[in-house]
Every structure is written in structure tokens, then in C-alpha cells.
Design a binder for this molecule. Structure first.
Ligand SMILES: *Cc1c(COP(=O)(O)O)cnc(C)c1O
Length: 424
């Protein structure tokens, strides 16, 4: 059924309704970028809004806070409104602030309320390490031993989590659940509505790490009733290296005292009263801490505009078409070379990247880079390939897999050492 020729994929690119967005990005001049799930590329719009904010600083100094082209004092709120449709939240339920790990600290400090028998936090064994470090330190701050109070649900195969296992672990000792929306290695999407419902039926609060899903798949955090979520804006959202992160707090929790308070969490009209008693904002803004990193927020204005223009449904549709075709090509071209596709075949469970497992993965990645193809590597044996809807093409997917086949056929990877680089 599938056509594995370059002419066919070029045809697919011609029919792609999102094709024009590719020209909005700075793509590598020679080569193919497949790492948008780690760091999204710079777009011309993001560059423009950053330069405008820089000009505001140059021309206005302190007055940039209120009178700039993009007044800095409201920038976080403005960006929250652009982030909200991407995660299915009301604008007042979202804030662009902090970073992923800092926001997790803030949310656990605010929503983990050990009470009587309920003193434990439930997480999983495959999640991103920073989340686990944060959860353990939050427990320690409360005088609770993480070896006893952090429950991590295991994966039967090291790739995927089973929702039934997660639900079975929701006992009456659990006060809070923190899970990924999409697993960073395999790209598995967890059934968030089902897990949220199960948690609430058992009287447990649940929050999600949406780093690998924001900008990649649609969400309905508000309607699903998710208690809170947090994410970074530098992966699929192309906000720039280390750009400010995002958080969602469901409306029903408005009024919860922020665990980590700071003056930017104040009601905006009260903030400059300089009172020593804080008046927290009446929405997700309460969970801000200090002065925002303005130059790190500014590129998001341009970057997020595109997501709102296109809409998550169209992005998801193209993303799935790209990863599905990529999977088919891998099976067609790489069958004899011992790769295992460690990502869900079911499109309902698949995020926006594919995880290719191979014992020589570290040096295969180096061989790809020699061909100016940028994948990413996750120890010990995973090559992640993320064909991004806004700037990658079906031809990119085709050329990457054909190059990979050439590397394997000719054993080109043997010229490299099978160890990871410092930033992988
Ligand atoms: C990228 C990523 C992080 C990174 O956290 P930072 O605080 O932004 O460094 C955390 N969790 C997940 C799941 C990620 O993919």
C-alpha cells in the first residue's frame, strides 16, 4: 500500500497544508533537524519578538515594564493566554513562569498535603530524573523518608506504563500523583482522563508533566479535571533554550496558598503596595515567584502565535502522518539491522517522536551527525527521532531513514566510539 520512493514523499509534501510554516524557521543549511523534542528551532517570528523586547530595553529602560511594545509587566499573562488553548485550560488557569522543575517544586509545595494515613506521592519508574529529584527533596523537606513515601510504579518492559498498574497503586496512603503526559523515552501517551478520574474517585490529587506533549498533542486539562500540570516551552513550542516554563492549576484550586510565595504571585494592583502581607492573585498567577526572565519570555510571543494560528488538531494530524510513515519506512528499510521501535504503534498512544532502540545507538547517532542529521540519544540504547509538524517534511523523514540504512549497510558507525557525548 505504501510507496517508499522519494517521488512519493515529495508529493506528500506538496499536499501538506502546513508546508508554508517551514519557511518561518531557521533550518540547518545542510542537513536535517530531528531533535525538536529536545530543543525546538528558532523561528523568524520568535526572533522578531525577542529583538523588539531588546529594543524596548534599549529605548525605554525601566519604562519597558509598562510602555514597551510588549509590556513586560503583563508578558507572563499574555503568554499564558497563548499557552492556554494548547493545553485545554482557561487563560486564568495557566501561567508562564519558572521552569519545569521549579514549577513542579511550587506545585508540590502547594498541593501535597500529607494528612493522617495519606502521606505518599505516587510517580512512575520511567519518568524524567529531574521530577524524581524534586519529589524526593519535597518529601525530605516535610521530614518524610522518600524510600518509604515515594511510590514509583514499574514498567513491565522498561518502555511503557500500564494504566491498570498505575490505578492499582492509587491506595489510601497516596496523597498526590505526579505522572508524565507523554513518556520522554518511548513517547507513550498516558490516558490522562482515565487516570484523573481514577485518582479523584479515590480522593487523590493528580498532576502531569507535559514537557513532551505541549505543542505536540492536544490536551483538555480543564475538562478532564486535572488538578495541575507543568511543562517547558523550549521543546515542541520552540521558545528558545531554557525559556520560561508553564503551569496549569485547575480553577477549583484557585485560592490555594502558594507553597513557595514571592511578590510576583501578588494581585497585580497590590504588588507595588509593598505590604509585608501578600495578597495572592486570584488565579494561576498566584504561583509565580519572582521577576520574570523577560528576554527569555519574549521569543515565545512569536513562537506561540504560530501554534494558535494552526491549531493543535492540524499539528497532531501531520505529526501522526510523519511518525506513521517513518515507522513504515523503518520496517521496510531497516529490517535486517536489529532495530526495535520502542514507541507505540497505536496512534492514540503515540506522542510526537519515535524511539529506535539498538545496541550501537550511541555511535549510530554520531554517524548520523556526520551526515548532518541531528537526532538525539538517550542512554543506553535509544535514538530519538522527532519529525516536527511545523518544520519537518516527509522528504526529511525519507532522507533520514535512507541515510540510516546506508550507515547500517556500510557499518559506518564503526568509525565512532559507542559512548554518549556530554549533552546527549
Ligand atoms: C525536558 C524535561 C524536563 C526538564 O526540566 P527543566 O526544569 O526544564 O530542566 C523535565 N521533565 C520532562 C519530562 C522533560 O522532558
Amino acid at each position: 500500500m505504501n510507496d517508499f520512493t522519494r517521488a512519493y514523499v515529495q508529493q506528500l509534501d506538496k499536499q501538506d497544508p502546513l508546508a508554508s510554516y517551514r519557511e518561518e524557521f531557521y533550518l540547518p543549511e545542510h542537513g536535517i533537524y530531528m531533535d525538536g523534542n529536545s530543543l525546538g528551532l528558532l523561528s523568524k517570528r520568535a526572533e522578531r519578538t525577542l529583538l523588539e523586547s531588546l529594543a524596548d530595553w534599549r529605548e525605554l529602560g525601566i519604562d519597558g515594564w509598562m510602555s514597551g511594545r510588549h509590556p513586560w509587566f503583563n508578558l507572563s499573562e499574555e503568554l499564558a493566554a497563548l499557552n492556554a488553548p494548547l493545553i485545554g485550560g482557561k487563560p486564568e488557569e495557566v501561567m508562564v513562569t519558572g521552569s519545569t522543575t521549579v514549577n513542579l517544586h511550587q506545585l508540590v509545595a502547594s498541593f501535597f498535603k500529607p494528612d493522617g494515613k495519606r502521606t505518599k506521592i505516587l510517580a512512575d519508574a520511567l519518568t524524567f530524573p529531574s521530577d524524581i529529584y524534586a519529589l524526593k527533596s519535597q518529601l525530605e523537606l516535610r521530614g518524610l523518608d522518600p524510600s518509604e513515601h515515594l511510590v514509583q510504579v514499574d514498567s513491565p518492559d522498561g518502555r511503557f506504563l500500564v494504566e491498570d498498574d498505575l490505578i492499582a497503586a492509587m491506595t489510601d496512603e497516596i496523597a498526590l500523583i505526579v505522572l508524565p503526559t507523554v513518556l520522554y523515552r518511548s513517547g507513550q501517551i498516558l490516558d490522562m482522563p482515565r487516570l484523573t478520574k481514577a485518582a479523584h474517585e479515590r480522593g487523590i490529587l493528580i498532576g502531569f508533566d507535559a514537557c513532551h506533549s505541549v505543542g505536540a498533542i492536544p490536551h483538555d486539562f480543564h475538562d478532564w479535571g486535572v488538578d495541575f500540570a507543568y511543562w517547558c516551552n523550549y521543546k515542541h513550542l520552540n521558545g528558545g533554550p531554557g525559556t520560561v516554563g508553564g503551569l496549569f492549576v485547575h480553577k477549583r484550586h484557585f485560592g490555594t496558598t502558594p507553597g513557595l510565595a514571592g511578590w510576583f504571585g501578588s494581585r497585580k494592583d497590590k504588588q507595588f503596595d509593598m505590604d509585608h502581607t501578600m495578597t495572592p492573585a486570584e488565579h494561576a498567577g498566584a504561583f509565580q515567584i519572582g521577576t520574570p526572565h523577560v528576554m527569555s519570555l519574549a521569543p515565545q510571543l512569536g513562537a506561540l502565535e504560530m501554534f494558535n494560528e494552526v491549531g493543535m488538531e492540524a499539528i497532531r494530524q501531520k505529526s501522526l502522518a510523519l511518525t506513521t510513515y517513518m515507522m513504515d519506512l523503518i520496517e521496510e528499510m531497516l529490517a535486517p539491522h536489529g532495530f526495535f521501535i520502542g514507541s507505540p504503534t497505536d496512534t492514540r498512544q503515540r506522542g510526537a517522536h519515535l524511539s529506535l532502540e539498538h545496541p550501537e545507538a550511541a555511535r549510530i547517532c554520531k554517524a548520523l551527525k556526520k551526515h548532518h542529521i541531528i537526532p538525539d540519544f538517550r542512554a543506553p540504547n535509544i535514538i530519538r527521532l522527532a519529525p516536527v509538524a511545523l518544520y519537518n517534511t516527509f522528504t526529511d523523514v525519507y532522507d533520514v531513514i535512507v541515510t540510516l540504512k546506508q550507515i547500517m549497510d556500510n557499518k559506518e558507525y564503526e568509525a565512532f566510539e559507542n559512548v554518549r557525548e556530554v549533552v546527549a
